[in-house]
Design a binder for this molecule. Structure first.
Ligand code: A3P
Length: 255
């Protein structure tokens, strides 16, 4: 994967990630939303933010309300009242008290990741096929998809009281039920109406609208405005991957 010099900063921040525990003081009632990139993490953050905050969340304040360990300052994260809900892309870490791990079909992750890298100029003029080869080798930020996912899935089998796993696809199929399952795991007791309001405020359409309205001032703004962060929200691999790419990715990840 070729990294463009003028966007070194953002990539450096991602690559030199701040490991929770070294960087943060972990609290016993913290909830961590963990995923490999492009797996629905921001959607989860919006669901929690729209439930926990009376005034909801937007792309302008998501990093301060449901912080991102790579983008939000330590001071800001330390200043939040408990229970904090914190986003991370880290591999399995036994010290985290409660983790919701979301994962997605890697055939869609690779497509979403390619657009994201273009949006934030992490790559430039790189073909999809070249990016695809890097993804298959794990030569992208946060490494090989299967290492990340399998690490967390096997830990979740051992420590089901600490780690809940959910797929992007399951959350999409029935967002209310998926989110309710997550809230039960977190011991968050909210009524149906509040949960439904959060689900509606975090729908694909609402988040896309909010991204457009706030893009000039938000971190999610970028040089490539023609590519949205809240982009397609669909499974696209059947139409976007070639037969050869499908064979390679299916073999690699036993799909
Ligand atoms: P696509 O690029 O396939 O559209 P992450 O937040 O982990 O980076 O994941 C980003 C992916 O989640 C993007 O996928 C984005 O469109 C999708 N997404 C964001 N908000 C969503 C929502 N409310 N419903 C469904 N998908 C959503």
């Amino acid at each position: 994967m070729k990294i463009i010099p003028n966007i070194k900063l953002i990539v450096k921040r991602i690559l030199n990630y701040k490991v929770p525990g070294k960087y943060l003081t972990i609290r016993p009632d913290d909830i961590y939303l963990v995923s490999y990139p492009k797996s629905g993490n921001t959607w989860l953050r919006f669901l929690f933010g729209n439930l926990l905050y009376n005034d909801g969340v937007s792309f302008l304040d998501i990093n301060s309300k449901v912080p991102d360990i790579y983008m939000t300052s330590k001071k800001e994260i330390d200043g939040l009242s408990s229970p904090r809900v914190i986003k991370s892309h880290e591999p399995y870490d036994a010290r985290l008290p409660k983790v919701v791990y979301i994962y997605r079909d890697p055939r869609d992750v690779v497509i979403s990741y390619y657009y994201w890298c273009q949006k934030f100029s992490v790559i430039k003029e790189e073909s999809f096929d070249s990016f695809f080869q890097s993804f298959i080798k794990g030569d992208v930020p946060f490494g090989l998809w299967s290492d990340h996912v399998n690490g967390w899935l096997s830990a979740a089998k051992k420590f089901p009281e600490k780690i809940l796993t959910i797929t992007y696809e399951e959350l999409k199929e029935d967002t209310y039920e998926g989110f309710k399952k997550i809230l039960d795991f977190c011991n968050f007791d909210y009524n149906e109406k509040d949960i439904m309001n959060a689900v509606n405020a975090s729908s694909f359409a609402e988040m896309k609208k909010n991204e457009k309205e706030t893009e000039a001032n938000s971190f999610f703004n970028s040089t490539n405005k023609n590519i949205s962060f809240v982009r397609s929200g669909k499974s696209e691999w059947k139409s976007k991957l070639t037969e050869t790419q499908l064979r390679i990715i299916n073999d690699k990840f036993n799909l």
